[in-house]
Design a protein around this ligand. Sequence first.
Ligand SMILES: Cc1cc2nc3c(=O)[nH]c(=O)nc-3n(C[C@H](O)[C@H](O)[C@H](O)COP(=O)(O)OP(=O)(O)OC[C@H]3O[C@@H](n4cnc5c(N)ncnc54)[C@H](O)[C@@H]3O)c2cc1C
Length: 547
Amino acid sequence: MAGSTHTVTNQAPPLTGYDVFTADRALTEAVERHLAPRLRTEALAELSGLGRGCGSLQTQEWGARANDNPPVLRTHDRYGHRVDEVDFHPAWHRLLGKGVSAGLTDAWSRPGGHVRRAAGFLMWTQVDAGNCCPLSMTHAAVPALRTDPDLAAEWEPRLTSRVYDRELRPAHLKAGALFGMGMTEKQGGSDVRANTTSARPLAEDGTYELTGHKWFCSAPMSDGFLVLARAPGGLTCFLVPRVLADGTRNVFLIQRLKDKLGNRSNASAEVEFAGTWARRVGEEGRGVPTIIDMVAATRLDCVLGSAGLMRQAVTQAVHHCAYREAFGGKLVDKPLMRNVLADLALESEAATTPALRLAAAYDAAQAGDEGERALLRLVVPAAKYWVTKRCAPVAVEAAECLGGNGYVEESGLPRLVRESPLNSIWEGAGNVQALDVLRALGREPQALDAYLTEVGRARGADHRLDGAIRGLLTELADLEAAEGRARRLVERLALVFQGALLVRYAPPEVADAFCASRLGGDGGAAFGTLPPTLDLASVVERARPVA
Ligand SMILES: Cc1cc2nc3c(=O)[nH]c(=O)nc-3n(C[C@H](O)[C@H](O)[C@H](O)COP(=O)(O)OP(=O)(O)OC[C@H]3O[C@@H](n4cnc5c(N)ncnc54)[C@H](O)[C@@H]3O)c2cc1C
């Protein structure tokens, strides 16, 4: 072409126009495994439709635009009236509309609903993690609201609706609604006993008036929030609607939006309550037990979210290396790069497989399976600890696979890197998860029984897994003074759980590489240190997205 100095060669084509679902073999196999045969055909078709949406150029661009144009707080209107509105880029609304209509807030109302939603959520995170925050909280609010049948009757159909209705109106006028949560205050987040927001009863009917603040309150444009505050009988859970039944605005003062490392499409606010109307959820003094079901569900979403981010990072890395040539050959065929990609792919599959297993446990627990409920009690915090911890190193290493391109915004990798630490922080940071696992071990013996039953199903299949189970049992035999070694213990619980699932369900080359490096001690601290004699080419090929 006239005026050009060179021809562009050896750049990978953009990865677009592909089906994020069918391209992810670990995910599709997990969905097939965990859904009853009568549900499979329809669910796979639905997820493939969503997968094509996630991989489309249009949706990818919405994700980029929503992050390039973060929300803006508008505290007052032009006349000085307080309005407390947050303005979002149109791309944010498009994404949220798609996410709601895809059923990402609705796991509770259909058989296999948790598995189906989990697969969708894992894919949707790859488009934009920010809008997954309100989707997650809306989905997770349902079990907490069910402690109060009247509130559940009013809100549940709206929270699980497929309609994104963004107008702030009273609940009875809304076709769909979003929820957030407010627990964290300035003086304490993990230790919610330090909450100072107070609740004064207005009448005998469970209505109260709140005074105080929340230091973090994400998705502040939501229709309602589950909030912890101190009532006369102790820490209590409340529903705070944005709009009151008569159509007037509740007092919900948005003071600032946080300037965050990542998750930039989403708004995270500091809010204040001053005579704010609230309705009690559950009994006075039972705030933590009431809201804990919501927290457990969002913790699983942290696992799914990290699995999604890792999958997207690995997808981009493998795709790039399948095209890029250096020193006379494709990067993907260079033994050392193959080792790095295989190691990353292992981490991704080892996140996806347990995440979907836990979603299946939710479906079973909802149908009354107490063993699965007990399994969730132990493994959700363990997986929240470990899977979310792996996300940042995976994202950073995957970006390096793209060389300099991976450090440049338009590759999408920097956004993944910025997003990657967050799931380990919110909904209880790493130490808090590890301590919660200790609590489950100490107080709920049925949780450990359920865990040992599950990993025991893989016994005898791999000597390194068997050895790791024996080592774990030795560690578990003495939980005296375990607090200082809780991370180490929880890491092992999680690794054994991952290994047990991969040995049963993943192809032999994946299970073999995982057991060798993560359980058998034959791997280094950095990625790319797998034993080179293993079938790493097959591990990488399995992770490769097909456009
Ligand atoms: C982007 C973003 C959005 C958020 N959105 C919301 C929201 O919508 N609603 C909401 O309620 N909160 C929200 N949060 C808050 C988040 O849940 C808290 O930040 C988190 O739970 C940690 O609480 P903290 O910040 O008060 O830290 P702290 O509780 O002070 O903890 C600091 C560190 O100490 C560790 N730690 C705490 N206790 C112990 C212990 N006993 N032993 C050892 N270590 C310990 C923690 O693991 C952590 O690493 C959000 C946070 C972020 C970053």
